[in-house]
Ligand binder design. Structure first.
Ligand code: ADP
Length: 171
């Protein structure tokens, strides 16, 4: 684990963390899917799907909160990252908006700790270095201007993403 003031970097499974909120890299339907979304739905249990159905989807770049159900996390903040289509479709701003919107919800709920996966870098195909650069910039900017959340945990799942973030956070 690497600590950088209010940002921690870990490699592992986000569904196991005992934090106030974990962020889900969901899709617009909010009905579950593969990757981290599937892992979160599996771990949280079927009641999560029931609550997600009530939310009636979510736009790309936006976020919605649910209970954490069977997770150790109290809440799940579901955000929808952009699908990478070459970079000319506002992908950068939409990905930044996922981090900003999720952090704003955490602040409004007075949450102290929030954990993010590497949104859009799996099936959605966002270039990993660029995604990490956007994530770190948005998180740092938000923390500079807000006292809550106190701590952001970036959860990488691959050695490749861990190394990318380790280098970025060392700068
Ligand atoms: P997207 O559709 O937004 O690309 P994915 O779930 O396919 O979402 O991938 C997002 C990131 O989450 C990827 O970097 C993937 O390696 C990572 N990931 C997959 N499962 C987990 C997990 N259990 N915990 C943390 N990160 C995960």
């Amino acid at each position: 684990m690497i600590k950088n003031n209010r940002i921690d970097l870990i490699k592992g499974d986000i569904t196991t963390l005992a934090v106030d909120a974990i962020v889900n890299a969901a899709n617009r339907s909010l009905m579950g899917g593969g990757g981290v979304d599937g892992a979160i739905h599996d771990a949280a249990g079927h009641d999560l799907l029931t609550e997600c159905i009530r939310l009636k989807g979510c736009d790309t770049g936006q976020a919605k909160i649910t209970s954490g159900f069977r997770l150790r996390a109290r809440y799940i903040i579901h955000t929808v990252g952009p699908v990478w289509k070459g970079g000319g479709n506002d992908e950068d701003n939409l990905l930044g908006s996922c981090y900003k919107t999720s952090l704003s919800i955490a602040r409004d709920y007075k949450l102290k700790t929030i954990a993010f996966p590497n949104i859009s870098t799996g099936v959605f195909g966002f270039p990993k270095e660029l995604a990490a650069f956007i994530a770190v910039n948005e998180i740092k900017r938000f923390l500079k201007n807000n006292q809550l959340p106190e701590k952001v945990i970036i959860v990488t799942y691959s050695d490749e993403n861990f190394d990318i973030y380790r280098k970025l956070l060392a700068e």
